[in-house]
Design a protein around this ligand. Structure first.
Ligand code: HSE
Length: 400
């Protein structure tokens, strides 16, 4: 029998407790023994619930209890999550977490500490919720040189964009709806401005390339500026707009970005709608792979956390190697990278029709005072120098 402690009894914490109960038998079969939740740490009380007798408010009770072998950190945020995770490892306990903020900021340090102590710091649920992606990157895709990894990594923004595409909602209406359904926070900044996706693509890229990709250095643009009119053009062009996190490896040069993209039906991400997540990789041997599933939610995320708990039970005091060094990954200047661009512009501005080799030129009957173009592929530097000073541009979106 292994005893664990769960830090945080919110959506994911309660999901972990529930998942361990619902799938008790199958989990025992894989772990080789029973897993018992000895403590749940939370600031709140939960009278009348099954965890009432396990609830503690003082972390010292957990960290000082030699019977606890695994600490499950599902509180979110960096503090005190970092201090708690570090203290657990120092006290000889492995840590499983779903916390992308913790992993993006302190991943290499906690991985190194776990290695030094012959323990484990695992974080499958930190990217893509329930989708298995971290284990495949570490154990299967490590044979390949990964030329790019592309992901729809944020369920909230994907829900908003899907709603705008399918129902013609404005950004504000779709955001309100996402908040009412509990997908978006009251302060939706981390989701809609792309910071959540940036942390997640930073984690995946660090694992692929073995060095630390600093999420703050990733060129990041969210979806706040996407309008219902942009969405109508996307539809007319046979495309959807998706917030993509992408890291490219071009002859050893690493570029990384988070930005909305117009993508067409031939792109695998086209079918990833609503709150679902999708992650695509391209390896030099394997070619394309696609991982698809629930990127958030109670039981899907709990499923990934419990898979880490099982691995930690099977490897008590045996470190599972994770290659992610603290050494910073140097990201290339993103303006040297290239894309095609969708540009909406006032009808009186003829210039846009001649300064690019146009791939497409579109007019919508409902908007006679403007038109849109799709440019050829060119670097950001070249593109922005061509449109410099043009005050007729209404929107710009990358096209894949
Ligand atoms: N806010 C995140 C999302 C939750 O919408 O994807 C899961 O990390």
């Amino acid at each position: 029998m292994i005893k664990i402690a769960v830090l945080g009894y919110g959506t994911i914490g309660s999901g972990v407790v529930e998942a361990l109960d619902i799938n008790k038998e199958v989990i025992k079969e894989h772990a080789g023994q029973d897993i018992e939740v000895k403590y749940v740490l939370d600031l709140r009380d939960f009278p009348g619930t099954p965890i009432e007798s396990k609830l503690v408010h003082d972390y010292d009770v957990i960290v000082n209890d030699p019977e606890v072998d695994i600490v499950v950190e599902v509180m979110g945020g960096t503090h005190p999550a970092y201090e708690y995770a570090k203290a657990a490892l120092e006290a000889g306990k492995s840590v499983a977490t779903s916390n992308k903020a913790l992993v993006a900021e302190y991943g290499p340090e906690l991985i190194a500490l776990a290695r030094e102590k012959n323990l484990n710091f695992l974080f499958e649920a930190s990217v893509g919720g329930g989708i298995p992606i971290i284990r495949p990157i570490l154990r299967s895709l490590n044979v390949d040189t990964i030329h790019h990894i592309t992901g729809i990594l944020n369920g909230t923004t994907n829900y908003i964009l899907t709603k705008m595409f399918e129902e013609g909602s404005t950004y504000e209406e779709a955001l309100k709806d996402a908040q009412a359904l509990g997908y978006a926070e009251a302060d939706p900044t981390a989701d809609v401005d792309g910071f959540d996706a940036a942390r997640k693509i930073a984690i995946l890229s660090s694992l692929i390339y073995g060095k630390t990709v600093n999420f703050q250095e990733i060129t990041t643009e969210g979806i706040r500026n996407i309008t219902d009119v942009d969405m109508k053009y996307a539809k007319a062009l046979g495309k959807k707009i998706k917030l993509l996190g992408i890291t490219y490896n071009i002859d050893g040069k690493i570029y990384s970005e988070v930005a909305p993209h117009m993508i067409d039906k031939k792109h695998m991400m086209y079918m990833v709608d609503d709150v679902m997540n999708g992650i695509e990789t391209h390896g030099n041997l394997l070619g394309d792979t696609m991982f698809y599933g629930a990127g958030a939610g109670k039981l899907p995320t709990a499923s990934a956390v419990v898979s880490d708990i099982i691995d930690e039970v099977k490897h008590l005091h045996v470190n599972i190697p994770i290659k992610w060094d603290a050494e910073p990954m140097v990201l290339e200047d993103h303006t040297k990278h290239w894309s095609k661009f969708f540009v909406r512009v006032d009808a009186e501005c003829e210039e846009m029709k001649t300064c690019f080799k146009l791939e497409q030129l579109t007019k919508l009957d409902d908007y006679p005072d403007e038109y849109a173009i799709v440019t050829e592929e060119l670097t950001f530097e070249e593109f922005y120098s061509k449109i410099e000073g043009n005050s007729h541009i209404r929107s710009i979106i990358q096209v894949k």
